[in-house]
Design a protein around this ligand. Structure first.
Ligand code: CP
Length: 307
């Protein structure tokens, strides 16, 4: 069965069968990435534009690598050095790029809803690489893939997302995706950083990090989104670290084997100590490795559906 979706705009509303298919296909691509020649001809002749209006290290390089591993032609657009500085509108930029015959647009933008808008003005396949504080679906897919690879399942697992939930597109995509896959999802953080609606969508709210460690199988730790003015939501970074920072002492005190994820970039000594970020319970760099296979799966499944 092909994917039911034509674009990947977010995890909200993506059916369980689609998520399952993406994760299973990613397993096949992970095997390809372990071969001496890490390349397949699947998307030969297809062109992907990586349209990044916001900074990125992991997502951008991961998409570019995924595209190259599938033999697609990759074009990288960044605002600096483009005609955006000459006053060109977003719509005109997209229309001009599309006039050069592209098949996919992978977009990251500071404004929520830009990927959805692109589906109205463009004929390309659109993949959301993070839109404002809204969604980051490929991050949630790679997080789910990494949890499933490590613990063997998602159904029935207790997963807590810790930190700045209000400003996090990773949190929302993880909540939708994990809930669809049958996980028991909670969030933990200061009351000022937890949106009121999360309980309405069936997510438990915890304010005590010790309780979050005790109750859960997995913690997905998020950074404070300083670029989105998150610094105004608590007295100081030091205080945030005192109450919510994940440390080895905290994990050991709660006597729990808990799997630690972090989407990156890490702010060491704020939401997570270096000892935990480099320690045995975390799979942070495995998440990054898995991201390439997951993005290959998304590109392949959407690209072959349309061909
Ligand atoms: N996790 C993530 O989206 O990282 P980047 O901002 O570096 O892409």
């Amino acid at each position: 069965m092909p994917l039911s979706i034509n674009h990947l705009l977010g995890m909200q509303g993506v059916p369980r069968e689609d998520i399952q298919l993406i994760l299973d296909t990613a397993t096949t691509f992970k095997e390809v990435l372990e071969r001496p020649i890490k390349k397949v001809p699947t998307l030969q002749g297809k062109t992907v534009v990586n349209l990044f209006y916001e900074s990125s290290t992991r997502t951008r390089i991961s998409f570019e690598l995924a595209e190259k591993r599938l033999s697609a032609d990759s074009i990288n657009f960044s605002v600096s050095g483009s005609s955006v500085s000459k006053g060109e509108t977003f719509k005109d930029t997209v229309k001009n790029i599309e006039a050069m015959k592209v098949d996919f647009v992978v977009v990251r933008h500071a404004s929520a809803g830009v990927p959805q808008y692109l589906t109205r003005i463009s004929n390309s396949i659109i993949i959301n690489a993070g839109d404002g504080t809204h969604e980051h679906p490929t991050q949630a897919l790679l997080d789910m893939y990494s949890i499933r690879e490590k613990l063997g399942r998602l159904e029935g697992l207790k997963v807590c997302i810790v930190g700045d939930i209000s400003h996090s597109r990773v949190a929302l995509s993880n909540i939708y995706g994990l809930k669809t896959m049958g996980a028991d999802v909670s969030v933990c953080g200061p009351a000022t950083m937890i949106p009121r609606y999360v309980e309405q969508i069936g997510v438990k709210v915890i304010h005590n990090i010790d309780e979050a460690i005790q109750e859960n199988d997995v913690l997905n730790v998020l950074r404070i989104q300083l670029e989105r003015k998150a610094r105004e939501y608590f007295p100081s970074l030091r205080e945030y670290n005192t109450y919510y920072g994940l440390t080895t002492e905290r994990i050991e005190k709660n006597g729990k084997n808990v799997l630690i994820l972090h989407p990156g970039p890490i702010n060491r000594g704020v939401e997570i100590s270096s000892e935990v970020a480099d320690g045995p319970a975390q799979i942070i760099l495995e998440q990054v490795t898995n991201g390439v296979a997951v993005r290959m799966a998304v590109l392949y499944l959407l690209g072959t559906k349309h061909s």
